[in-house]
Write a protein that binds this ligand. Structure first.
Ligand SMILES: NC(=O)c1ccc[n+]([C@@H]2O[C@H](COP(=O)([O-])OP(=O)(O)OC[C@H]3O[C@@H](n4cnc5c(N)ncnc54)[C@H](OP(=O)(O)O)[C@@H]3O)[C@@H](O)[C@H]2O)c1
Ligand SMILES: *[C@@H]1O[C@H](CO)[C@@H](O)[C@H](O)[C@H]1NC(C)=O
Ligand SMILES: *[C@@H]1O[C@H](CO)[C@@H](O)[C@H](O)[C@H]1NC(C)=O
Length: 304
């Protein structure tokens, strides 16, 4: 049984979600993945306009709803506004377009995908006003941020009429985000952990890693814990993220991996084990977004 976390607006989110950025996989693959995931018990799906597969995902969700397998109110659907739609009125349009793609009346969470906009001239504070409008129009139940650093989160909190419920950031055993997690926790903002395995098979990822550091999941401590609980290193990585209070969203297209990634609710790491894994932190990103380096709102120059 998947455990859940209550967001600061009372909405309940399952602590494991399916990542749907398929990298090299096709939208048809994601369709199959969503079907496997619902059958395995997943109710939380992490999507984005830029992933180009909202239509396929929506088709499966609606099929599963009409077949009586799930109820809409038991699903938690996230999607994100892309960096070319940051103006206030564009945000509402983009949200409506995502809903049309899904064939749904609302999403549960709408995120600003990045604080940076492609044209480098729209302040994300303006984008936030568009996000609030999406809540007022009942297009989404809640709104939040992704890839925002602590200073950027603070700037939003200063102006927000509606508080962000979430900051979705890269988080895994190599980059456990301790400071940003503590910062967000104090402010009632939950953390979704993206690339929970460090996106091992994505071309162009691991940009911040030396080849020897790429595979922290292969470290002896993970191996040892994995043996102790008879769980795979991937399951240990997910359990670590849950035990430090985040919401991991592993991507997989394989039925057996999708099932295995959900089979993490029958064990829990000890405090000592969490502290051992904490030591694997290298502070390096698989997703440094170098293409935005030098942009006004590039998030990764701040300490956290
Ligand atoms: N907000 C953002 O800017 C942002 C950025 C990046 C990612 N995300 C979100 O986070 C999600 C997850 O991150 P990610 O896709 O970058 O990478 P990830 O989840 O860390 O890694 C996915 C890779 O791990 C493999 N895998 C999954 N489960 C496995 C298992 N049990 N055993 C062995 N291999 C396994 C998958 O292969 P198979 O498919 O073959 O299983 C896939 O190649 C994305 O899909 C997206 O929704 C958000
Ligand atoms: C949004 O939903 C609330 C509660 O159901 C309702 O009172 C309100 O009129 C709706 N707003 C719009 C713009 O549809
Ligand atoms: C270990 O896990 C595997 C796969 O989940 C299972 O088949 C096996 O029976 C387990 N072994 C023990 C000793 O529990």
């Amino acid at each position: 049984m998947c455990s859940t976390i209550a967001l600061n607006n009372g909405l309940i989110v399952p602590v494991i979600g399916l990542g749907t950025w398929q990298g090299v996989d096709s939208p048809k693959e994601v369709e199959k993945a969503v079907r496997f995931a619902i059958d395995a018990g997943y109710r939380h799906f992490d999507c984005a306009a830029i992933y180009g597969n909202e239509k396929e995902i929506g088709k499966v969700l609606r099929e599963k709803i009409s077949d009586g397998v799930v109820k809409r109110e038991n699903l938690f659907i996230t999607t994100k506004v892309w960096n070319d739609d940051h103006k206030e009125e564009q945000v509402v349009k983009a949200c409506k377009k995502s809903l049309k793609n899904f064939g749904l009346d609302y999403v549960d969470l709408y995120l600003i995908h990045w604080p940076v906009c492609d044209s480098d001239d729209v302040d994300y504070v303006e984008t936030w006003r568009g996000m609030e409008k999406c809540v007022e129009l009942n297009l989404t139940k809640s709104i939040g941020l992704s890839n925002f650093n602590s200073e950027q989160v603070n700037r939003i909190l200063k102006v927000a009429k509606i508080k962000p419920v979430m900051n979705q950031v890269e988080c895994h055993v190599n980059l456990n985000q301790k400071k940003l997690r503590d910062f967000c926790k104090e402010r009632g903002i939950a953390i979704t952990a993206y690339s929970p395995f460090g996106a091992p098979n994505t071309p162009g990822s691991n940009a911040g890693f030396k080849s020897t550091e790429k595979v922290a999941l292969d470290s002896p401590i993970i191996e040892q814990i994995s043996k102790k609980y008879n769980k795979s290193k991937y399951q240990v990585a997910l359990r670590y993220l849950i035990d430090i209070g985040t919401i991991p969203i592993p991507k997989s297209s394989s039925e057996s991996n999708i099932k295995a990634n959900f089979d993490v609710f029958d064990f829990k790491l000890t405090l000592e084990e969490v502290e051992e894994i904490d030591k694997l932190d290298s502070g390096k990103r698989t997703c440094p977004a170098f293409q935005y380096k030098g942009f006004k709102y590039y998030p990764f120059d701040a300490e956290f």
